[in-house]
Design a protein around this ligand. Structure first.
Ligand code: WTA
Length: 678
């Protein structure tokens, strides 16, 4: 199994396994959160055991906490790999996120606190741009938007693409789609036109909602321009986009800069303000699709992960409640810093939080604009109690210096969370000391786009935490570390992370690609969900995630397929072949190293490196820009023609390697690559 890991990764895990610091939640934490949902580790174990032995009984009870229009006839129908949860029931996630609270008399309570990005440095003065949206007014806006979508002819089951910045309208659009049963496909606002076009084509989506532009560190990201380019690309493939609804976020700054196609383009407020605020929720079958979210796979193009209504609703809200110990009416203010363009934003900015009736902060901007203390200033001003971010952000905070959090009153914080990649113990300790005042528990939540919600995670009030470990499985999750035959491995032996039983928010498929769904998740180990991560369990049963076992890179917590980056490089006329591997990176966790062989007539130069970086960025977005490019005449390959990535990884990391190279087709290649180090 260690064959999947490079030597540095293994030694990192060795040192992690020697980690002995254990932090138990403070005894007064539960009381300060208004009470703990799970009172002790004994209770956690008993409930976990029951959830695995009797999933139908367990989840049936949890699901009673939600409102359904018609009840289920069976909690679970499992025909591996196809799961149906809450069979026959109907509901609407928007009803459980909004209507329910309004009907219960909480319409005036704050649902979303939106904080805009200051447009200019120094614009962060006494009056930051903040909106408080209550359940009642949000419901009205969602209904208007839902009616607007209907007026454009959007039908239940149709895919609506959302390509927006972190503006309130994005949350409204999500919920409006859910309300009428349209399937949303959110595309992160940092993706360029080709990525939009690919996803719209794959999803056969003909309606897109966007913004004229987004603010990013005082500059404008021209979103509508990218949409126009994508529509142009789609035209060439005979795919028509019928409607494009545009939020004017940066209107004045963009005057005249946004092209407008009459009939197809609609100004958000003109279209939506004219609608009625009455729109009944569509009764959705529990297994009707809720959304597609595209994520990188190890081969070729991104895949559209499908989530359905009932199971996703129950699991995300329940994990949010239990992991963070969220409680309505207890003064909690929750902030997850993720963009809604990623699964974390779907599940833990919107869908999992709103049914819990705790205000959720949506922040438009960057963590270091206008100053490196921006997040802490927001935490202090909104009196945030729960803060959830990514290890890459924490590493940046460490680098920017302790003085920034030190300047602000962070004493309202009670629970800290992290997600996206393994967190190194130094970053974990810094987070605990400098943000959590040595008192807040850190919930290191392991999960994936495919799992919908947390699958291995501490529970804030009970689980003793160890830096670097995501601890124990959530209720209903039968996680294990197994060998290639599916046998569970003894403690501290690395293996494949699997989940052996179905859970409510598991992916239901890969859009229009049944074979890929089966191949990726269900074929390597029969009858088990393969997460694609390597892991170990220590004697205590705690899980330690060792990173991806496939060709997926995790750059700043974002997934990228090596193949995607290679294809982007090869699409440049100067490149004939490219191999891409991950390399250690101080802030991003993983950086991208590209080995490139050039077409005849092209010569290596710094200018060409710059050109290739910006080419990749224009195809896949800035996240995919290689951190290191090395030109080479040939790539090291096995006799069967496979690129020897293990060797390239060692070269990229500047390691000696000393690896078995007997299968190398051309021994000189390696020597040349090594000699050519930057
Ligand atoms: C990684 C993000 C270690 C892992 C929610 C997984 C983690 C991939 C953790 C999914 C964690 C996520 N510890 N690794 N707490 N959380 N990962 O789909 O490799 O964007 O497979 O979902 O991120 O990334 P995705």
């Amino acid at each position: 199994m260690t064959a999947h890991l490079s030597s540095a990764e293994s030694s990192n895990v060795e040192s992690l396994l020697k980690e002995t610091r254990i932090f138990s939640p403070a005894t007064d934490l539960a009381a300060s959160l208004g009470g703990a949902y799970c009172a002790s580790m004994d209770e956690y174990r008993a409930r976990h055991t029951r959830s695995i032995a009797d999933p139908e009984g367990f989840w049936g009870e949890v699901a009673q906490g939600f409102e359904w229009f018609t009840p289920w006839t069976r909690v679970l129908e499992w025909n591996c790999p196809d799961a149906k949860w809450f069979v026959g029931a109907t509901t609407n996630i928007c009803h459980n996120a909004l209507d329910r609270h309004v009907l219960d008399g909480h319409g005036h309570e704050v649902a979303i606190i939106w904080e805009g990005e200051p447009k200019l440095p120094g614009d962060n003065g006494p009056q930051p741009e903040v909106k408080h949206l209550c359940y009642g007014e949000l419901l009205d806006e969602v209904c208007r938007t839902a009616n607007a979508l209907k007026s454009l002819g959007v039908k239940k089951g149709e895919v609506v693409t959302l390509y927006m910045g972190m503006v309130p309208e994005l949350a409204i659009a999500l919920l409006a789609c859910a309300r009428i049963g349209a399937v949303h496909s959110v595309i992160f606002g940092g993706f360029p036109a080709p990525a939009i076009a690919d996803r719209m084509l794959d999803a056969n989506s003909r309606v897109i909602m966007t913004c004229d532009g987004a603010w990013r560190r005082g500059a404008v990201v021209p979103l509508k321009k990218s949409v126009d380019e994508a529509i142009h690309l789609l035209c060439a493939q005979n795919h028509t986009v019928d409607h494009c609804v545009v939020v004017h976020r940066i209107k004045h700054e963009m005057e005249g800069a946004v092209d407008w196609t009459a009939g197809r383009d609609h100004a958000w407020h003109e279209l939506i303000d004219a609608q009625s605020a009455e729109c009944a929720c569509e009764p959705m079958d529990s297994e009707d699709p809720l959304f597609l979210l595209y994520t990188s796979g190890s081969t070729g193009k991104p895949k559209g992960i499908l989530h359905t209504v009932g199971g996703y609703m129950v699991y995300t809200a329940y994990t949010a409640q239990q992991t963070f110990n969220l409680r309505p009416g207890a003064g909690h203010v929750y902030w997850c810093t993720a963009d809604i363009g990623w699964i974390t934003g779907h599940s833990y900015v919107i869908y999992g939080i709103m049914p819990n009736r705790v205000p959720t902060i949506m922040y438009e901007g960057a963590p270091n604009f206008p100053g490196d203390d921006r997040f802490w200033e927001i935490v202090a001003r909104h009196r945030v109690t729960h803060f959830y971010t990514a290890p890459t952000a924490i590493r940046s905070f460490m680098k920017w210096g302790d003085q920034h959090p030190g300047k602000h009153d962070l004493s309202t914080l009670k629970v800290l969370g992290t997600v996206g990649e393994p967190i190194n113990p130094e970053a974990w300790m810094w987070y605990r000391q400098h943000i959590g005042a040595d008192a807040c528990p850190i919930v290191d939540t392991f999960w994936q786009t495919e799992t919908g919600g947390h699958v291995i995670t501490p529970l804030a009030c009970v689980t003793p935490t160890v830096p670097g470990s995501c601890t124990l499985p959530f209720f209903g999750i039968d996680a294990a570390v197994v060998d290639e035959q599916g046998n569970e491995l003894p403690p501290n032996v690395g293996g494949l992370l699997v989940i052996r039983k179905p859970w409510p928010s598991m992916l239901r498929g890969v859009h229009r690609d049944r074979a890929r769904f089966i191949d990726t998740y269900w074929s390597r180990i029969k009858g088990m969900y393969l997460a694609g991560d390597g892991a170990r369990r220590c004697e205590k049963g705690y899980f330690w995630i060792m990173g991806r076992i496939d060709d997926i890179l995790n750059v700043s917590g974002h997934r990228l397929g090596t193949m995607e980056v290679e294809s982007a490089l090869v699409s440049h006329p100067a490149v004939v072949e490219a191999a891409v591997v991950g390399m250690p990176h101080e802030i991003k966790g993983m950086g991208i190293a590209a080995f490139v062989s050039l077409a005849p007539g092209s010569t290596p130069s710094e200018a060409l490196k710059t050109a290739l970086r910006s080419h990749v960025s224009s195809v896949l977005g800035p996240i995919a820009k290689p951190d290191m490019i090395r030109f080479t005449q040939t790539l090291p390959k096995t006799r069967s023609g496979k690129i020897m990535r293990r060797l390239l990884r060692d070269i990229a990391a500047g390691r000696d390697g000393n690896q078995d190279t007997t299968t190398l087709e051309d021994f000189t290649t390696l020597a040349t690559l090594r000699a050519n180090e930057e």
